[in-house]
Design a binder for this molecule. Structure first.
Ligand code: SF4
Ligand SMILES: [Zn+2]
Ligand SMILES: [Zn+2]
Length: 313
């Protein structure tokens, strides 16, 4: 199909059936992201932003976008990548993001679970299984990665942490928390996360919030970002995968269902934030970070694993 704005061939067809060529698709995508940044006040002139990069296409495309937006402005931008210690997966992903940053001279901070916490994710999963600790890989991974990035952002003076989450990711997270009955976790979602502004947290922002997975992929490809399909060995244990497949099936029969889910969620989000902003936020008695309980979830995980750490082969 020919692009709706020129004579060139289209690479993308929108929900309303309109086709866009590479140049006009890029314009459409970047306009949408800039609107999100402005509408939700994600970034201000002169702010320092740390981009959380997994080595996947979404976060690399986001780094590319923000780098082009900020590099000549007053603010600061750097990337951060976490090596959780997942053999045969993260090492491959990290090679790609390091090369990407070197080519553009973007400063990248790399931290590993092993150095930061004293164990790799693979080791933690092994311990948990052997000792029936009931700590799922994605639970350990997600909480410890967020904790590490938040701590580093504060130490290095970054006020914002940008993540490559897109509309598909958000629709999955909304659905997961609805089904699990987690309203307090729902209250933490949205383009700018967190319930209360707290000096212990660097604010997390999602500039690609309204871009679909498909749009992200096309944008990444058009910017020369390699899209690889290496998967984490633990992804099969991920509840998100089932929700993702369910939503994709639904979207193929009811186009626009993910947009509907996210947009309707955003209408009730202010009420959820109001309800849960009243929740107590204490300081973790171990690390001092803000926490709903007197020990934060990162410290809870470390405490559970600690007695078994010496026995790791
Ligand atoms: S699938 Fe789970 S364990 Fe693997 S990188 Fe993602 S969150 Fe971590
Ligand atoms: Zn065009
Ligand atoms: Zn803690």
């Amino acid at each position: 199909m020919v692009c709706k704005d020129c004579e060139n061939n289209g690479v993308y067809i929108s929900l309303s059936g309109r086709s866009l060529c590479p140049r006009h698709f890029k314009r459409y995508f970047e306009t949408k992201v800039m609107r999100t940044i402005k509408k939700y006040d994600l970034l201000r002139y002169g702010e320092k932003v740390l981009v959380a990069c997994s080595g996947g296409k979404d976060s690399t495309a986001l780094l590319n976008f923000l780098w082009n937006l900020i590099k000549n402005k007053n603010g600061g931008i750097a990337a951060i990548s976490v090596d959780e210690g997942i053999a045969g997966y993260r090492d491959i992903k990290l090679r790609g993001i390091v090369k990407f940053c070197e080519e553009r001279e973007i400063l990248i901070h790399i931290y590993s679970f092993k150095e930061y916490y004293g164990f790799t994710l693979d080791e933690a999963v092994k311990i948990s299984k052997e000792n029936k600790l009931d700590l799922k890989p994605c639970y350990i991974c997600g909480i410890l990665r967020r904790n590490l990035i938040n701590n580093v952002a504060k130490e290095l003076g970054f006020s914002k942490v940008a993540t490559g989450h897109n509309l598909d990711d958000e629709a999955q997270t909304i659905m997961m928390n609805y089904l699990r009955g987690n309203p307090s976790l729902l209250a933490r979602l949205g383009p700018k996360t967190g319930v209360v502004s707290n000096e212990g947290f660097a604010q997390r922002i999602k500039p690609f919030y309204f871009c679909t997975e498909k749009e992200d992929t096309i944008y990444a490809l058009l910017n020369g970002i390699e899209v690889d399909f290496v998967q984490c060995p633990y992804h099969v244990e991920n509840y998100r995968l089932e929700i993702r497949d369910f939503l994709n099936r639904l979207e193929s029969t009811i186009p626009g269902v993910k947009h509907g889910l996210v947009n309707n969620f955003l209408r009730i989000l202010p009420l959820l934030k109001k309800e849960f902003s009243a929740s107590r936020v204490e300081r973790c008695k171990i690390c001092g970070n803000p926490s709903a309980k007197n020990t934060c979830r990162a410290c809870m995980i470390k405490m559970k694993l600690e007695p078994f750490l010496k026995r790791v082969d």
